[in-house]
Ligand binder design. Sequence first.
Ligand SMILES: [Zn+2]
Length: 78
Amino acid sequence: MKTMTCRDLGGPCDLAHRADTADEIIKAQDRHLKEAEKSGDATHQEARQAMKARWRHPKKSMAWYTGTKQTFAALADD
Ligand SMILES: [Zn+2]
């Protein structure tokens, strides 16, 4: 398992996500952003909008995914 925080994934807080793959950790962050939005947390709004835009424009967002996957791959397993 590897750990990335909300902040590592473009968000504003230090909540840690743990997963075995970069895809899983991106999905965990997506869930976290959705929950923050539902609970009316304004600090996560910008990150939530950015994540929504990524789902809508996957090609344009490739650099973000690639960068996140590289960061994930470079992390030490714990
Ligand atoms: Zn967060």
